[in-house]
Structures are given as structure tokens and as C-alpha cells.
Design a protein around this ligand. Structure first.
Ligand code: URA
Length: 212
């Protein structure tokens, strides 16, 4: 079984409270969402491999460390995933960015793909697939289905990163993709009858883009 981690750093919990609050403005929601994403990026990259590199400081030659291993890519699930990209890129500036467009059929709650564009060497990269909400799990699973079946990405090379998750979504995700690491900033109580996370933060896309 891959890693499942609730990244409950005090700064993250504090910032989550801000974006959960219905009175938080679109501007602040967007800013704080990116701040949380940046803090999550710090945690999800903790295991990146390092290699030795010889450099010269102003005083001497010295062997130091640099990131090694697979190149990285951030894959936001449109549209809400876009709200996490800037914060993550601040910490991982060399990462390529791919996009998966999925919308949720409001009747079936199933994810329907409408767009996909990735770096050419996607199957050789380590991927961070991002979406603020892991609710039923259907969008996350559909995104991973696409990456693994059509683009030959190995599940071991994928990490899924969300801000708020529901137990139902975590369960579905882990049953379908037991080899994919899953990081969330909060594990909430449950889904309501419309598939929204409780207590949650509402519709993440609407709150990021100010569309409601
Ligand atoms: N998507 C959201 O944006 N919010 C939820 O609570 C569930 C799915």
C-alpha cells in the first residue's frame, strides 16, 4: 500500500480554516489556496532523491547535494486544480505542467473527460496530480485511469495531492490505486447527498474563480 498522509502542519490548518470560511473573498481564497499548495509541495517532495555534485564556493571546491532522479510534472485537474499550480511551481519551478479537463456529471457524479495535454515525456516523469477536493474520488480515479492506460504512466510514479478529502473518496481511491501516494491537508467527515464534502469549503472551482 502506498503512502496516505494528512499534512496537518499548523500553518496548513490555519490557512484551511480561512478558505473554509464562506465569508472569505475570492482574492483571499485564491491566495491562501496557493499558499497551502506551496506548503504541501514542501511535504510531497520530501522523498525526492539527491545526488552529489561538485561546486566551488567562493572559498573551496565542495561536494554538495542536488535533486536527482526523474523530472517532475504537475498535473492539475481542471478547473479547480489550477488553483494549486502557482503555489507548487513557486517551490518546484522546473516542473512541467500538464492539464486534464474533467467535469462532474451532476446526476451520476461521474467524471467526464473533455481535455488532456501533457509534456511529451510524461511516462518518464514523476507526476503530482492535483485537485483541491477528493470527494467521491471519481475525478481523481478518472485522471489516473487516463494517465496509466493511455499515457503509460506507472502508478508508482504518481502522487495525488488534494486539500480536503472525504473518507468515501479516500477509500475509493485506495481501492483502485493502492500504489499511488495520496496527500491531503484535511480528512473531513463525509459527503452530503450532492457529493459535496462536509464540512468542506463548498465548490472549490467557484470559490477560486469567483463564479458563484
Ligand atoms: N468538489 C468541490 O469543489 N467541493 C466539494 O465539496 C466536492 C467536490
Amino acid at each position: 500500500m502506498a503512502k496516505f498522509q494528512v499534512v496537518d502542519h499548523p500553518l496548513i490548518q490555519h490557512k484551511l480554516t480561512i478558505i473554509r470560511d464562506k465569508n472569505t473573498s475570492t482574492k483571499q481564497f485564491r491566495e491562501v489556496t496557493n499558499e497551502i499548495a506551496m506548503l504541501m509541495a514542501y511535504e510531497i517532495t520530501r522523498d525526492l532523491p539527491l545526488e552529489d555534485v561538485e561546486i566551488e564556493t567562493p572559498l573551496v571546491k565542495s561536494v554538495q547535494k542536488q535533486i536527482a532522479g526523474k523530472k517532475l510534472a504537475i498535473i492539475p485537474i481542471l478547473r479547480a486544480g489550477l488553483g494549486m499550480v502557482d503555489g507548487m511551481v513557486d517551490l518546484i519551478p522546473a516542473a512541467r505542467i500538464g492539464h486534464i479537463g474533467l467535469y462532474r456529471d451532476e446526476d451520476t457524479l461521474e467524471a467526464v473527460e473533455y481535455f488532456a495535454k501533457f509534456p511529451q515525456d510524461i511516462s518518464e516523469r514523476r507526476l503530482f496530480v492535483v485537485d483541491p477536493m477528493l470527494a467521491t474520488g471519481s475525478s481523481a480515479i478518472a485522471a489516473l485511469d487516463l494517465l496509466t492506460s493511455k499515457y503509460n504512466v506507472q502508478p508508482e510514479n504518481i502522487t495525488f495531492v488534494c486539500l480536503v478529502s472525504a473518507p468515501e473518496g479516500v477509500k475509493a481511491f485506495q481501492e483502485t490505486y493502492p500504489d499511488v501516494d495520496l496527500y491531503t491537508a484535511a480528512l473531513d467527515e463525509r459527503l452530503n447527498e450532492h457529493g459535496y464534502i462536509l464540512p468542506g469549503l463548498g465548490d472549490a472551482g467557484d470559490r477560486i474563480f469567483g463564479t458563484k
